[in-house]
Design a protein around this ligand. Structure first.
Ligand SMILES: [Cu+2]
Length: 223
């Protein structure tokens, strides 16, 4: 089953793209019709066209309704995305060049985000260096992660599985490697994972990679 926010985001997208295509078709059809009707061959002397009040009203009213429809879907979806349920589980997310790390309320740390299925999760987003953007395409959520500024997002996975996390804000040399995973587990399996998870730094491998990259970055700076 699709998540509420996923359904609403996709619907909003389809409505806006649908309206755009409809307008493209109408404008193109009118253009070709006028090219035909008012070509020099059929209409050698330019026709003097003056205002048309009912047309003016029509092409003001219809776009107004269309814009209000788009605003309605956009705003109701946005409001849902910005209002995390009060009982959400809070996880602190830290973005750095070039990895994500997660900290749970018992102090456990990981570089994969483990969450229980069927429970809202609120992520508190923070960056220690430059601007990043936390993006989980499967849940249709994306938020800027800015140093010195608190930001948040929430979602509620309703199916067990692995979901990609990407950085959606170009943040330096290895931006494209700034990938991670959301792993949604059944509640009991999540509980036992959390109970066994130790407060530790992200895995030594990724630290090693980061160190090499930092050296490269530093040597670039000195040039
Ligand atoms: Cu980034």
């Amino acid at each position: 089953m699709k998540l509420d926010i996923v359904r609403q985001t996709d619907l909003t997208f389809i409505i806006i793209v649908g309206i755009s295509f409809l307008l493209l078709a109408l404008v193109s059809a009118a253009m070709f019709y006028f090219i035909y009707k008012y070509s020099r061959k059929r209409n050698p002397v330019a026709t003097d066209i003056t205002g048309n009040t009912s047309l003016e009203i029509l092409w003001t009213a219809i776009p107004l309704v269309l814009v209000l429809v788009m605003f309605f879907f956009g705003y109701t979806g946005f409001k849902k995305m910005r209002n995390a349920p009060a009982d959400a589980m809070v996880v602190k997310v830290t973005g750095r060049m070039w990895a994500w790390s997660y900290e749970y309320d018992n102090g456990a740390k990981s570089d994969t985000l483990y969450v229980p299925v069927g429970k809202p999760v609120k992520l508190e987003l923070n960056s220690v260096d430059v601007n990043h953007s936390f993006y989980v395409p499967a849940f249709r959520v994306k938020e800027d992660v800015i140093p010195g500024r608190k930001n948040y997002m929430w979602f509620e996975p309703n199916e067990e599985g692995k979901y990609n996390v990407e950085c959606a804000e170009y943040c330096g040399l290895s931006h494209s490697y700034m990938l991670s995973l959301v792993v949604a587990l059944p509640q009991e399996r999540f509980d036992s994972w959390l109970a066994n998870a130790k407060p530790k730094e992200t895995s030594s491998d990724s630290t090693k990679v980061k160190d090499t990259l930092n050296i490269k970055q530093d040597s670039l700076k000195t040039k």
